[in-house]
Write a protein that binds this ligand. Structure first.
Ligand code: FE
Length: 255
């Protein structure tokens, strides 16, 4: 009530399944790059996508608690190793006793430098060429390789039931986030906010091409990035087209 920030929003639902945006923090209170967290609830199980850094933990947990009990969280998916994704992981594991960490095996030995305390993480190591988890409803979560975009071992999640693609850092564009899940309204205007980040952080045009080939067979309703606004309807193909044309990383040579 009366919150200007932090209200979660269900982006898709049916009787067995929900895809939830877990709200945003007040930028005046939360340091670092503003980020989106999402949760998939299927039956009585839940998976959190890129749960976030240490300082946003309390806010995100509060929003998770509105939908599920901590014991229901089965998975904490980390698209890659960055601190804005993983730095809160020890707190999450302590709070969610049944949660596995779902991450590329390439990052495991690095993540073990985190202060885990007594509970070492139970890990689902994602296969380099893609992986999947069958949910209670029978639907699949597909873990799509997005290697070198930007991390060398990087995954996205395609939720087959909602047809939502969680795209991690791909599609990131910093926007002012308030009460509602941010949605791209004007693609040209939004592209200005994405361009610098993609050109400098994404590794190469070849990495983008391999990724676009992989997702070309998916039926995508929404693309939900970890930072910035969500793509829906016509902005989904427009984003994919923009990505196929922009020079990035070693091909852009911005430095
Ligand atoms: Fe990152």
């Amino acid at each position: 009530m009366g919150h200007e920030f932090g209200e979660p929003e269900v982006l898709w639902r049916d009787s067995q399944h929900q895809f939830i945006w877990l709200g945003s923090g007040d930028p005046a209170q939360e340091d670092g790059i503003p980020s989106n967290q999402y949760m998939i609830v299927d039956g009585d199980e839940a998976y959190i996508l890129d749960p976030g850094g240490y300082h946003i933990f309390d806010r995100v947990v509060k929003n998770v608690d509105r939908y599920v009990k901590p014991e229901q969280v089965k998975g904490l998916f980390l698209s890659h190793q960055d601190p804005d994704i993983s730095a809160g992981i020890a707190g999450w594991l302590q709070h969610m006793p049944n949660a596995q960490v779902i991450v590329s095996g390439l990052w495991l030995r690095f993540l073990l430098h985190m202060p885990f305390g007594k509970r070492m993480p139970d890990v689902h190591m994602l296969r380099d060429n893609g992986d999947e988890i069958r949910l209670q409803s029978g639907s699949l979560l597909k873990f799509i390789p997005a290697h070198f975009l930007h991390s060398p071992a990087n995954f996205h999640v395609y939720d087959c039931r909602s047809k939502i693609l969680f795209s991690g850092d791909l599609g990131a564009g910093i926007v002012r986030v308030g009460k509602h899940a941010p949605v791209v309204e004007n693609f040209e205007e939004h592209a200005v906010f994405m361009e610098g980040f993609h050109r400098r952080y994404m590794a190469s045009n070849q990495a983008v091409k391999q990724y676009l080939d992989r997702i070309s067979e998916l039926d995508i309703e929404l693309i939900c990035p970890q930072h910035g606004a969500i793509f829906k309807q016509d902005t989904v193909p427009r984003f994919i087209d923009w990505l196929s044309r922009i020079d990035v990383g070693v091909d852009a040579r911005t430095w």
